[in-house]
Design a protein around this ligand. Structure first.
Ligand code: GLU
Ligand code: MG
Length: 598
């Protein structure tokens, strides 16, 4: 989530008064970091995952399950027992948006050796057990992306009205048509904003209250980070569709499978002027996207010709950065992030030492929640240039979450080793993002993808190989493909990412146990992509459709919600099998590794 610091938060009016100050010093802080660290290189690969968890409580007698608002307490206990007493503790716990949420990461980043892939699932299992061990009776820690059944001040104040989230309803046999909700305690706002055939939600919590799975990598240099940022941006919609896990909202079955658009709308703090609904008077610009959305520009030189989205930037900041020697692509990226206001500010954190602190930079940076995040090193640390991969939905089990994480990390290795080039115009990536959220996109969606990904030539990271030649992009470079084709390949059309990963692995020295673990992860991804195994979203839909209480009217009752979350919990604990989701035989990783780990 970023920036959940402690201190005395200022009101929106006070925060707004300091917005220019935060932006100005944020840029100075960025410049200090850039000047000190732009030539930093030879950092080794380090990476880590972040899993967001929900805390729930089962009421078995009344067949209900509720979110429990005990995150702060749980966090305190976990930290007191873990990182505070042992700096080498294997897990780290952090707050997340909702007070029923917590976020867990490995205690130390993973390194660049293959055998570490064999420890990911163990660490996730430790986290799950550790969190569960501090809960009360009937409470559980769950990795579901959106909680099916029925939370922020400054987003709303800045925007000037409530956020509006409309998610299309899934039209089942008995769903009323049109589907129109009535809101008993409405002050008129809901009736105005709700649309027929949509599920209406009106608060930040409906979006930011959802959970995800993220991976952060340390690159060896700033140019490698920029290259990976661009390449992975094109992969975001593909992996999001593959990880689809959130079909239900506010007690209804929706017609979407992913959380992305819901969160995007839930933190959309643009005013009516910025959204283009009224002439610009008090605001500076029209802004085409929410703060939570897909990226708007590529950062590497090879990406430049594919930057075909209108980019709103703060011109003064852009010129300042250029004057200070920052190149056009990086300057426009930062000047774009900095069109936003800070959302929170703490009284104790207004006047900072720009050479040694970066809170103002991080304030704006970490409330731009895009599919990818380019992360400069923190001042005075041994951390290098990093990128964060943010689109994935969290899966039910540690096995699945490990599989997705390892898949993405391995992909970065082949991108770098084989100098792959996935770039297509960013507007096409945006179209893919829309497609990826649709119901069953993994089996039915078609996605723009680059046909020849091996063209990069010798110097993709520092130069652009052959991709840089000429201006304008060639529509022949990409075509529509299914996720199955992109992931598994299709004779004569596309080699497939998994076959490429497999050939990379064949050339690597990997111990047998680790290889087996990795192959099982890749098998899951492969079978999800081909549709042989279900995504979590599809599995949840089928579970509800087959529930004896379901009336085919798109309504999820408390009791249905209870049985769904109970089942999810059992699957996550390994107490219930779920071959349609996980396959058979390859997800049986035993706790404790015999070989392979460092
Ligand atoms: N929970 C948010 C999501 O599902 C991400 C919050 C964060 O950046 O940690 O994308
Ligand atoms: Mg988080």
């Amino acid at each position: 989530m970023g920036l959940l610091s402690q201190g005395s938060p200022l009101s929106w009016e006070e925060t707004r008064r300091h917005a220019e100050h935060v932006r100005k010093h944020g840029i100075l802080q960025f410049l200090h970091i850039y000047r000190a660290l732009r030539d930093r290189h030879k950092d080794v690969l380090k990476w880590g995952d972040e899993v967001e968890y929900m805390l729930v409580k089962f009421d078995h007698e009344n067949k209900k399950v509720r979110l429990v608002l005990c995150g702060e307490e749980v966090l305190q206990t976990l930290q007191d027992k873990g990182e505070k007493v042992n700096p080498n503790h294997p897990t780290l716990w952090r707050p997340e948006y909702g007070s029923y949420m917590i976020e867990g990461t490995p205690g130390q980043p993973y390194g660049g050796t293959m055998s570490e892939f064999n420890t990911v699932q163990d660490n996730m299992r430790k986290r799950r057990q550790e969190a569960a061990s501090v809960l009360k009776e009937n409470e559980a820690v769950c990795t579901v992306t959106s909680f099916p059944s029925t939370l922020t001040r400054n987003i709303r104040h800045r925007r000037g009205e409530k956020v509006v989230i409309n998610v299309p309803i899934f039209k089942d046999k008995n769903t009323p048509s049109p589907f129109i909700e009535t809101f008993p305690n409405d002050d008129g706002e809901a009736a105005k904003a709700a649309k027929p055939d949509y599920i209406y939600m009106d608060a930040m919590g409906f979006g930011m209250g959802n959970c995800c799975l993220q991976v952060t990598f340390q690159a060896c240099s700033i140019s490698e980070a920029r290259y990976l940022y661009d390449q992975l941006a094109t992969i975001c919609p593909i992996v999001m569709a593959l990880s689809a896990a959130s079909p239900f909202y506010r007690g209804y079955v929706s017609d979407i499978d992913c959380r992305w658009g819901v969160i995007s709308a839930s933190v959309d703090d643009r005013t009516r002027e910025e959204r283009g609904l009224e002439p610009l008077k008090n605001n500076h610009y029209r802004i085409s996207k929410s703060r939570y959305d897909s990226i708007d520009s590529y950062l590497s030189e090879c990406g430049e010709k594919y930057n075909d989205i209108d980019l709103t930037i703060d011109k003064d900041i852009y010129e300042h950065l250029i004057k200070e020697g920052i190149d056009h692509l990086l300057a426009q990226h930062i000047a774009h992030l900095f069109i936003r206001d800070p959302l929170t500010l703490f009284e104790e954190k207004i006047h900072l030492d720009d050479a040694n602190e970066s809170d103002h930079f991080e304030n704006i940076q970490s409330t731009n929640w895009q599919t990818m995040r380019f992360k400069p090193p923190p001042p005075n640390s041994d951390i290098g240039w990093r990128v964060e991969f943010r689109p994935m939905e969290v899966q039910l089990t540690d096995f699945e979450n490990s599989a997705y994480v390892v898949f993405v990390v391995l992909l970065t290795r082949v991108i770098l080793s084989y100098k792959l080039d996935f770039l297509i115009p960013l507007s096409k990536v945006d179209e893919n993002m829309k497609m990826a959220q649709k119901r069953d996109a993994v089996r039915q969606g078609m996605f723009y993808f680059r046909k020849d990904i091996c063209k990069g030539g010798n110097a993709v990271v520092d130069g652009c190989g052959s991709a840089q030649n000429g201006t304008g992009t060639d529509a022949e470079e990409y075509t529509l493909m299914s996720i199955d084709t992109i992931i598994n390949g299709k004779e004569g059309v596309f080699p497939g990412l998994i076959p490429i990963l497999n050939s990379y692995l064949e050339n690597m020295e990997v111990d047998v146990d680790t290889r087996c673990t990795i192959l099982n992860y890749l098998k899951l991804i492969k079978k999800r992509a081909s549709g042989e195994l279900m995504t979590v979203a599809r599995w949840m839909r089928e579970f509800i459709a087959q529930h004896p209480d379901y009336k085919q009217d798109s309504v999820i009752t408390d009791e249905m919600n209870y049985s769904l979350i109970w089942k999810c919990n059992q699957i996550a604990q390994g107490q219930a099998e779920c071959p349609e989701l996980l396959g058979v035989g390859f997800n049986k990783k035993q706790s404790g590794n015999k070989t392979g780990s460092l």
